[in-house]
Write a protein that binds this ligand. Sequence first.
Ligand code: ATP
Length: 285
Amino acid sequence: AKKAPANAIIAPNFKFEDMGIGGLDTEFSDIFRRAFASRVFPPGLVEKLGIQHVKGILLHGPPGTGKTLIARQIGKMLNAREPKVVNGPEVLSKYVGQSEENIRKLFEDAEKEYKQKGEESGLHIIIFDELDAIFKQRGSTNSGTGVGDTVVNQILSKMDGVEQLNNILIIGMTNRKDMIDEALLRPGRLEVHMEISLPDEQGRYQILNIHTAKMRTNNVMDVDVDLYELASLTKNFSGAEIGGLIKSATSFAFNRHVKVGTMAGISDDVENLKVNRNDFISAMD
Ligand code: ATP
């Protein structure tokens, strides 16, 4: 009997609570159920059922909602190699002329390892951020040099080749799903689509909680900071904006101390730093 592939194991020390993702429990378990369950099936079951692993997923939604966070955590959970991250606009601008070579290189490590180890190979994740920058170009008259089309065709043919490689997972991300070439979203390519929306109030509370955890353990945050109140005040904030809010509030608090202190006193000020309710409210303006 075949041994279980290395990639079919949830990392033993992986804990859902440690992911640092707020408000996306449903989305995460949904993605897992639709796209990754087969990767953790008992050995042999995938072949027995004659099914194929999902090779690509699309995460779409507004900026700063945690798409990159999810993509990276999926990698950790599935015990994958460090993901390769490609930024859409970069592929088309910075690397013009070298794009095809770069795309070839992206898949190279995974191909080599699969050739050597077959099903024993580790899982390789390739993340395409701002995917629309590459895939909206296809067939459009303003693709200029035509670099866009060549790159798109090459990525598509690589993806189709992935059929034979059980050890690659492609994660595409975009704020504009509507702009993406349908050809990319077909079965066998980025076939599972998941919308990651702005967090609701409970999600915002969880995100605030995650981002202030250290400050609260180190007693830097005043008791008058009410995370439930902040969650209700931050309607339409993305996770990234909530992170930014906490940083600004900390700066406000820091500045308050620096104003009355001297440069020499800065380290004391850090010791005395207390972020209070008003710092958050000021930061929100
Ligand atoms: P973009 O579409 O702009 O690439 P994104 O959806 O990939 O954005 P991330 O890069 O994952 O967003 O989020 C940026 C930062 O915002 C994260 O590193 C994290 O600090 C914070 N953040 C966003 N969403 C969440 C969340 N749901 N829980 C905790 N932190 C979050």
